[in-house]
Design a protein around this ligand. Structure first.
Ligand SMILES: Cc1cc2nc3c(=O)[nH]c(=O)nc-3n(C[C@H](O)[C@H](O)[C@H](O)COP(=O)(O)OP(=O)(O)OC[C@H]3O[C@@H](n4cnc5c(N)ncnc54)[C@H](O)[C@@H]3O)c2cc1C
Length: 284
């Protein structure tokens, strides 16, 4: 997809609304649309601090929403902004999720992944899709976007927490596995009233994505996963987000990758590269 010069240069947008979602998670709605599609990301710039990629949580053609964890230099500073402040945005960048009208889709969300999944949910239900939305977090205080998902029609919401303080006790990927295993109308005598899942979309920590990829493959269901790597330019120039051994740039050929591509990324779930291009193992 061609990137316009305008989208490679930051423009400032005014914060129209702020929501404090959890103790360290905030959502900002900016006064202006960048024309983002579900799954795409924008580069968020605070002059003199840093610029980081963030998934678009919603774009209704008039406003743009992001949801972020205040965890490091940039995001802690970003969390100090107030309504009316100006923030630099450029984009949208990257690939987007793809679906067909009327499909039955499972959305798996961990961490900030609930935000882009909400954008997808809003867009897919408008196309007559039915959704199984599985949101996971370490405890009930860190679950995101539940109220928003609950308000949508044709959405069955499933919750998983590591400590069992809400919903299923365990990982959201275990809920996905149970859901898919309980829905095999032709083979199972104990049939459950359900339509097979056509596609699985996921955004969240890489170990979660890896599990989703493998569960989807085991059930023969196509998957689309939003992978994150250290991104600097956002439009394919710097090469910091290339993945082994394909050499594709995740800011252009991703960050949403289909299963045929994710299966070939050997570093998937093993390591990623830092801002200097040095390999860092997951879990270190
Ligand atoms: C495509 C994509 C979409 C993302 N969407 C969101 C989102 O919606 N909400 C959200 O909270 N976070 C999102 N992130 C992560 C976000 O870009 C930052 O990593 C995170 O906000 C921490 O930044 P920091 O500078 O405050 O923290 P720091 O302490 O400076 O960095 C913490 C860690 O964040 C990662 N990081 C920092 N800068 C970048 C960068 N330029 N590119 C990629 N990773 C970086 C590194 O792993 C680093 O070790 C996304 C990342 C990518 C690649």
């Amino acid at each position: 997809m061609p990137i316009s010069l305008q989208s490679t240069l930051p423009r400032t947008y005014r914060i129209k609304q702020i929501e404090q979602d959890t103790e360290n998670v905030r959502s900002y709605t900016f006064d202006g649309s960048l024309g983002s599609k579900p799954g795409q990301f924008v580069m968020v710039w605070l002059p003199g601090v840093d610029e980081v990629p963030m998934s678009v949580a919603f774009d209704d053609g008039a406003t743009t929403k992001i949801t972020f964890f205040a965890v490091g230099d940039m995001t802690i500073e970003l969390a100090k902004c107030k309504v009316g402040d100006l923030v630099g945005l450029r984009g949208p960048f990257g690939t987007c999720y793809e679906w067909k009208p009327g499909q039955h889709i499972a959305l798996v969300a961990g961490g900030y992944g609930a935000a882009p999944m909400y954008f997808i949910a809003r867009s897919t239900v408008e196309h007559g899709c039915t959704l199984e939305v599985i949101v996971g977090a370490r405890d009930k205080h860190n679950l995101l976007y539940l109220e928003e998902f609950e308000k949508l029609r044709h959405v069955s919401l499933h919750i998983a927490t590591d400590d069992g303080s809400a919903g299923y006790k365990g990982y959201n990927t275990e809920v996905l596995e149970k859901l898919l295993s309980s829905c095999i109308p032709e083979k199972s005598k104990k049939k459950k009233e359900c339509s097979p899942v056509d596609q699985i979309f996921a955004c969240g920590p890489e170990p979660m994505l890896l599990a989703v990829r493998d569960i989807a493959a085991a059930h023969g269901i196509p998957s689309q996963l939003s992978m994150s790597r250290y991104m600097k330019c956002g439009f394919g120039l710097c090469g910091n987000c290339v993945v082994d051994p394909l050499g594709i740039r995740l800011c252009v050929e991703g960050s949403v990758v289909h299963n045929d591509v994710s299966q070939k990324i050997e570093e998937f779930g093993k390591y990623k590269r830092d801002e200097l291009g040095k390999k860092k193992s997951f879990g270190n």
